[in-house]
Each structure stands twice: as structure tokens, then as C-alpha cells.
Design a binder for this molecule. Structure first.
Ligand code: NAD
Length: 493
């Protein structure tokens, strides 16, 4: 296919070109070169996809759960077979290193594995004899057509936070991949077909805001799972909820990591650096602020600066590289602008400054080096702004109470971590930090597939989260049956 022809959508088990001419480039962030194009689909394409999904849903929900999971078992095997190819696709479109991409594909597969347990996970409840001769059942049924809307930073994993569960529960799904990183989902379509999912059970519609809004407004879309930045998450939540849909929207983050003086500074610095600079800081669980308590400040700053300065930056396809580019030139300019604001307006000290980095052989790539901003003011704007790049701000406070108050003061509530050897301090932090994911001596507290991904406050809009048992609850509606069979005296056995 020529690079100028946009990818087709996938509707009713067939590849279908979008009606309009509008398209967007998919760019390799390590080189700046165009990898492909996607159509900017709108209401017409969404309408076709939802109609096809509604048709497919009727037969799919009649398929017993034990049969619905058979293609999921096959999909798991196919994802393993094509593991390296999928990881390479993630690296090409998202820029992260191959090691990070492999980790991401592994997390995607784990969600398929968990969803294969649906005959157990989807069970309801029964109480016999709620009154004499009367039984009550609570059963779970699928919702119908559900929409999955993904961000750019985990093109393989995030669609899989939702897709396997929605399918296993008996729903039909319309996936709207990120407009920046749609290629891995496109590649997965062939695997879904090979695995034997019936046509129409999964649709893929490419596009941006128009496609999303058409999904939110469509009367036959029963539920929406969204992951992206908080302003968009909030708007999606409002619009879909106003249309009476079930919605879960995961948003942005600004994750603080608290370092107590009794922590092992070398280990803490290495772990925090991995969290802050892994995936070039483009993770919703990236540590973006390190809050050091009392005497921890200088030792931690020195150790983490050494970690940052020593990181090898380049193309993610090069196995020796430790950090890839950010997603677009626009992101690079925005990140560099925020670093400048921290230094020039807020008086932070750029002990490692990643601005203006050029990688030999990849001069057109969108690279920002690891950056450490010491003495970032806690009350400043940068300490509250999601940078979504490889930038770690260091904040110094006197006591654990101050650190906890800071953790609980921001808009976001995705993750907070503590590094300490003191059990009671860790326990108090775990109880009192107002974030949905907590790390204790762990830098990226990413829940496994069988636990919910529990963002709080401005990092999440909704109630049921992605993954595991929450996903099963989200993609099913409960029905209660109260049943009495009057005894017929003539038909005793
Ligand atoms: P984004 O909000 O720009 O886009 C997310 C999705 O929404 C994409 O599919 C995009 O096409 C669509 N979209 C963009 N603008 C829209 C609009 N105005 N109306 C409707 N739809 C729109 O997010 P992104 O830049 O792709 O991803 C990065 C963000 O996602 C960061 O803020 C990051 O923290 C967040 N994120 C959160 C989690 C989590 O679990 N909380 C996980 C990954 C990423």
C-alpha cells in the first residue's frame, strides 16, 4: 500500500476505506518520517461500524461463554507467536525502546489470559429460599456495543485493558485507536481473524475527535472506555454520561514519589530514574516529582542526576538504547518550553538539562534528554502540570506530614510511591495517600491484569476501572430474577 493511501477501517470483518478524504500522518518519532496515514473518520464510518457491531452482537451473546473464550485462547497463542513483530511495531510508532515495547505486549497478553477465565469471572449469585418456595438469582448479561478509545502511549496494551473482557462478556466492540499510534491495532486485526472471532464482533475505526464524538453520541453504543489526557477524559465522560451511557475515563497524572532519609538512596535513585525516564516519561505512571524528606535531599539529587545523565538516548530499535524520543515535535517543543518556564520563572535548577538534544543519525527525531530540575517550588505551576516527558522535578520538604500533604494537594490521583525502610511510615502512606495506585519501594506501581487500574481524583472519571474484575463488572449488567414455582399437587414426584 502506498504511503499516501490511508489505512482502511475494519468494519463487519472487512477492510473498508473511509468515505471522506481527510487523513493524518502516522510518524516514526525517532526519524520524523511518515510510516502510514489514517483516515479521519466521522459519523458516517462510526454509524457503519456500530450497525455492524449491533448485528454481530446478537449471535455473539448467544454464544456460550465457554465457546467465546476459545478464540481468546487462540489469540493468546498468536500474540505469543508474533510477539517480536508486535513489539517492533510499538517501537516504530511510539518510539519507546524494544525492551519497553516487549513489556507492553506482555501486559496486553496478560489481559487476554485473565479474560479467558470469564466462565468463572462472569458468574452471578443465587440464594435459594429467600422466602418459602422462592429463589433469587443475580445474573450478568452483556451490554451490547461498547467503544474503546485509546491514547498514543501504549498502542498495544491499552486497547487490551478492555477488548478481551468486553468480548469475553459477550459484547461487540468498536475500537478507536490513537490517531498517533494506530498501527499495532491494525496489525492485531489479522490475529483476531486468525483466532476465529466472528466478523463484526470487533470493528476498528480510525480518526480523532470527530470519530470519538460520533461514538459518544451514537444511541446504540452502550458503554465507553476511554484513556487519555484529563481535559479530554472529562469532556468524554460528560458527553457520554449525558447520553445515558456507562462510562469509564482514565485521565492524566502527575505522580509524586516520596523519599525518606532512611531509604537506600542508590536503589531509590535507580528505581525513580527508571520510572521518570522510562518510555521517555510518556507513561501515566511515570514518576514526575520526587519529594525528598529532611536530609534525603542532597544525596538523592546527586544519585538521581547521575542516573539521568548516564542514560543512552536514541532510536528504540537499537537494543543498546535506554530511552527513545517523545511522540511528536510539538510535544518536544512543549516539554522544552515547560523546562524553560521552571528554570527561568520558577528558579528551579536544571542539574541535568535535556533540552536541545540531537541524536547522531537521527537528527530529525523528536528527542529530549532526561532532565532533573532540583528545588522545583512545590507551589509553582510546573509542580502541578503534567509534562508527559522525561522530566523529574525535585521538591524538598521537612517532614513526612508535609510530603503527604503535598501528595494529596494536586489535581491528579493516579499514583504515589514511597521509598523507605520504615514499615509504619509506609503503612501510613499507603492508607492516607489519595491516589488509586501506591508503590512502596516500587517506582511504577502498575497493577497486574487481574487487579483494577485504580486512578483517583482528576486522573479518573467514572467508578469501575480497567482490567480484571472491574472490567467484567463494567461490561456486564446485572439482572435479578425472583422465581417461584407454585406446587402442583397432581404432579408430585
Ligand atoms: P489525548 O487525550 O490527546 O487522546 C486520547 C484519545 O482521545 C485519542 O484516541 C485521541 O484521538 C482522542 N481525542 C483527542 N482529542 C480529543 C477531543 N478533543 N475529543 C475527543 N477525543 C479526542 O491523549 P494522548 O496524548 O493520546 O495520551 C496521553 C495522555 O493519556 C496523558 O495525559 C496520559 O497521562 C494519559 N494516559 C492515562 C492513562 C491512565 O491509565 N490514567 C494511561 C495512559 C495514558
Amino acid at each position: 500500500m502506498s504511503l499516501s493511501t490511508p489505512l482502511p477501517n475494519y468494519i463487519g470483518g472487512r477492510f473498508v476505506a473511509a468515505a471522506g478524504d481527510a487523513s493524518a500522518a502516522v510518524v516514526n518519532p525517532a526519524t520524523g518520517s511518515e510510516l502510514s496515514r489514517i483516515p479521519l473518520s466521522g459519523a458516517e464510518e462510526v454509524s457503519l461500524a456500530v450497525a455492524s457491531a449491533s448485528d454481530a452482537f446478537r449471535a455473539w451473546r448467544e454464544t456460550p461463554p465457554t465457546d467465546r473464550i476459545q478464540p481468546l485462547f487462540r489469540l493468546k497463542a498468536l500474540l505469543e507467536r508474533d510477539f517480536e513483530e508486535l513489539a517492533r511495531s510499538v517501537t516504530l510508532e511510539a518510539g519507546k525502546t524494544l525492551a519497553e515495547a516487549r513489556g507492553e505486549v506482555r501486559r496486553a497478553i496478560e489481559n487476554v489470559e485473565v479474560a479467558c477465565g470469564i466462565p468463572s469471572l462472569m458468574q452471578g449469585r443465587v440464594l435459594e429460599d429467600i422466602a418459602r418456595g422462592i429463589d433469587e438469582f443475580m445474573i450478568r448479561q452483556p451490554l451490547g456495543v461498547v467503544a474503546v478509545i485509546a491514547p498514543f502511549n501504549f498502542p498495544a496494551m491499552i486497547p487490551f485493558w478492555f477488548l478481551p473482557y468486553a468480548l469475553a462478556c459477550g459484547n461487540a466492540v468498536v475500537v478507536k485507536p490513537s490517531d498517533k499510534t494506530p498501527l499495532t491495532v491494525h496489525r492485531v486485526i489479522a490475529l483476531l481473524e486468525e483466532a476465529g472471532f466472528p466478523p463484526g464482533v470487533v470493528q476498528v475505526v480510525h480518526g480523532g475527535r470527530d470519530a470519538v464524538e460520533a461514538l459518544l453520541d451514537h444511541p446504540d453504543v452502550a458503554a465507553v472506555s476511554f484513556v487519555g489526557s484529563s481535559p479530554v477524559a472529562r469532556a468524554v465522560y460528560r458527553r457520554a454520561a449525558a447520553k445515558g451511557k456507562r462510562v469509564q475515563c482514565q485521565g492524566g497524572a502527575k505522580n509524586p514519589v516520596v523519599v525518606l532519609p532512611d531509604a537506600d538512596m542508590t536503589a531509590a535513585a535507580a528505581t525513580v530514574a527508571e520510572s521518570a525516564f522510562g518510555c521517555a516519561g510518556q507513561r501515566c505512571l511515570a514518576a514526575s516529582l520526587a519529594v525528598t524528606v529532611g536530609g534525603a535531599g542532597d544525596a538523592f539529587a546527586e544519585a538521581v542526576a547521575a542516573e539521568a545523565a548516564g542514560r543512552v538516548v536514541g532510536s528504540g530499535l537499537d537494543e543498546s538504547v535506554e530511552m527513545g524520543p517523545v511522540i511528536r515535535d510539538e510535544s518536544r517543543r512543549r516539554i522544552e518550553g515547560l523546562i524553560a518556564q521552571a528554570v527561568e520563572i520558577e528558579d528551579a535548577r536544571p542539574v541535568v538539562d535535556g533540552r536541545g538534544l540531537s541524536v547522531a543519525g537521527h537528527e530529525d527525531g523528536y528527542f529530549v534528554g532526561p532532565t532533573v530540575l532540583d528545588r522545583l517550588p512545590a507551589e509553582g505551576e510546573i509542580a502541578r502540570t503534567e509534562i508527559f516527558g522525561p522530566v523529574l522535578g525535585l521538591i524538598r520538604v521537612e517532614t513526612v506530614e508535609h510530603a503527604l500533604a503535598f501528595v494529596n494537594s494536586g489535581e491528579y490521583g493516579n499514583m504515589a510511591c514511597i521509598f523507605t525502610n520504615d514499615g509504619p511510615s509506609a503503612r501510613r502512606f499507603r492508607r492516607d495517600a489519595l491516589t488509586g495506585n501506591i508503590g512502596v519501594n516500587v517506582g511504577v506501581a502498575a497493577p497486574m491484569a487481574f487487579f483494577p487500574f485504580s486512578g483517583w481524583r482528576g486522573s479518573f472519571f467514572g467508578d469501575l476501572h480497567a482490567q480484571g474484575a472491574h472490567a467484567v463488572e463494567f461490561y456486564t449488567q446485572t439482572k435479578v430474577v425472583v422465581e417461584r414455582w407454585p406446587r402442583d399437587a397432581s404432579r408430585r414426584f
